[in-house]
Design a protein around this ligand. Structure first.
Ligand SMILES: Cc1ncc(COP(=O)(O)O)c(C=O)c1O
Length: 438
């Protein structure tokens, strides 16, 4: 244990008040990052950082080399097509077939500047297809920045914590919102950020069937594609496939990020894949609002064009090469990120041994997968209190408060920056915390 730890509460308070934060439970991820950076610089303590979901693994050379070659060919001087590089669109379509068993034509696989942009553009589209449907519905807990995007867009959303509505209970809960007639889309991530719950086939069926019944668009955020390591989702063209709502509805948009599954976050590239049916569907309101009525056309040539006029040219070749290698079975992208699961398994056990609880701990009757995130609480402490205490012991995380979770006592822990070589330090810091709080 670092001899400066635990930091005194008074010492930490100086930084907390400098940031104007009354309760760390309400702080954003970036505020926690800033606070911990300052405490670390000032105290000399190297923190174990579990707050931010940055990929902690190196990307494959397949992507990096393809991008370097594209740059050497001079693509940097050319504007990319707004709808994306042909080879990327084709490989994305094959990737979706190979790993989801879903048919989406290359034209409807549109590169975006991260899933952040894919989400933003999708939220904007969905709010402009039907005047009566002015509200999106989040199945929470969720990724907080998406709510911020709604604020920037000045669009409405509703949400509920799915914790008490797993399995067949999800149907009545969703219908209680959908019946009002004002919902245009349903948004969730699967596996879920921040809890790592994964929807069951029954739940995906409920969501899909309700999307058909109420004509709402499902925005399925697959930022952690293939990363439910309980099953092997890595074999192209072979079951099991990435679970998805696509089996049950044609009203969907998929957000497939390169950031985590391909460790390519820095290049800001994702694929927004729109079902062929939705891509070609025409909405009169889109025409009034954006001047074109077809969903896919408007998405690409009105929205993405306005936002960024496409995506970094060279990065598209990187993802095309990684998709191609995955499609041909020469690059096992799931294997390359499996270490996150190993880390989570060890880390969860260290916290459990010290009297912590896993907040979201089950997919109905199955133990949760070990993956990129997990959630913890400590008896008798609010999320803000627990976070403050853990920071005193050199460990950072974020509170679940901001994620739409009703579990205000919980924290989200991200494993990406805690390499296997840091587990001993983590163990000694958690044990020190335990000794002082028994
Ligand atoms: C659920 C979810 N959606 C979207 C994103 C953003 O992905 P990208 O880096 O592709 O913008 C993240 C990143 O953490 C995420 O967790």
């Amino acid at each position: 244990m670092n001899d400066k730890l635990p930091l005194s509460q008074d010492y930490l308070n100086k930084f907390i008040s400098k940031f104007g934060l009354e309760d760390l439970g309400k702080a954003t991820i970036r505020e926690i990052v800033g606070l911990v950076n300052q405490v670390s610089d000032d105290s000399g303590v190297t923190f174990l950082r579990m707050e931010m979901g940055v990929p902690g693994l190196k990307p494959s050379d397949i992507g990096t080399n393809a991008e370097i070659e594209a740059l050497k060919r001079g693509v940097a001087s050319d504007y990319p097509m707004v709808d994306g590089v042909k080879s990327l669109k084709e490989e994305a379509s094959k990737f979706i077939k190979n790993f989801m068993n879903v048919d989406i034509k290359p034209e409807a696989c549109v590169p975006t500047v991260g899933s952040m942009q894919g989400g933003y553009a999708s939220f904007l589209m969905c709010a402009n297809i039907d005047e009566k449907k002015d509200t999106a519905l989040f199945i929470d807990p969720g990724f907080p920045v998406q709510k911020q995007q709604f604020r920037v867009l000045n669009q409405k959303y509703d949400s509920f914590d799915v914790y008490n509505y797993r399995g067949e209970k999800l149907k009545a809960k969703l219908e209680s919102y959908l019946k009002k007639g004002n919902i245009n889309s349903i948004i969730y991530s699967n596996p879920n950020n921040p809890t790592w719950i994964c929807f069951t086939e029954e739940e995906l069926q409920i969501i899909g069937e309700l999307a058909n019944k109420y004509d709402v668009i499902i925005i399925e955020d697959l930022a952690y594609f293939g990363m439910d390591f309980r099953q092997d989702l890595s074999k192209p063209g072979e079951a099991p496939y990435q679970p998805s709502v696509t089996k049950y509805t044609d009203n969907y948009i998929l957000l497939i990020s390169s950031s985590k599954a391909f460790s390519y976050a820095g290049q800001r590239l994702a694929i927004t894949a729109i079902s062929d049916k939705l891509y070609h569907r025409k909405y009169p309101l889109l025409k009034t609002r954006f001047g074109a009525d077809e969903f896919g056309y408007t998405f690409v040539l009105r929205i993405i064009y306005s936002l960024s006029s496409g995506v970094s040219h060279s990065a598209q070749y990187a993802l095309a090469a990684m998709f191609k290698a995955a499609n041909e079975g020469t690059f096992n992208f799931v294997e390359s990120v499996k270490e996150y699961g190993e880390r989570a398994k060890i880390m969860k056990q260290l916290f459990l041994n010290a009297g912590f609880k896993i907040v979201y701990d089950k997919d109905i009757d199955k133990t949760l997968a070990d993956g990129f995130y997990f959630t913890i609480s400590y008896p008798g402490m609010s999320g803000g209190e627990l976070l403050t205490e853990l920071i005193r012991y050199g460990i950072s995380a974020i509170a679940l408060d901001n994620t739409g979770s009703e579990h205000t006592e919980g924290l989200r822990a991200c494993v990406s920056q805690i390499g296997l070589d840091k587990m001993d330090v983590l163990k000694s810091r958690i044990e020190a915390f335990e000794n002082d709080h028994k």
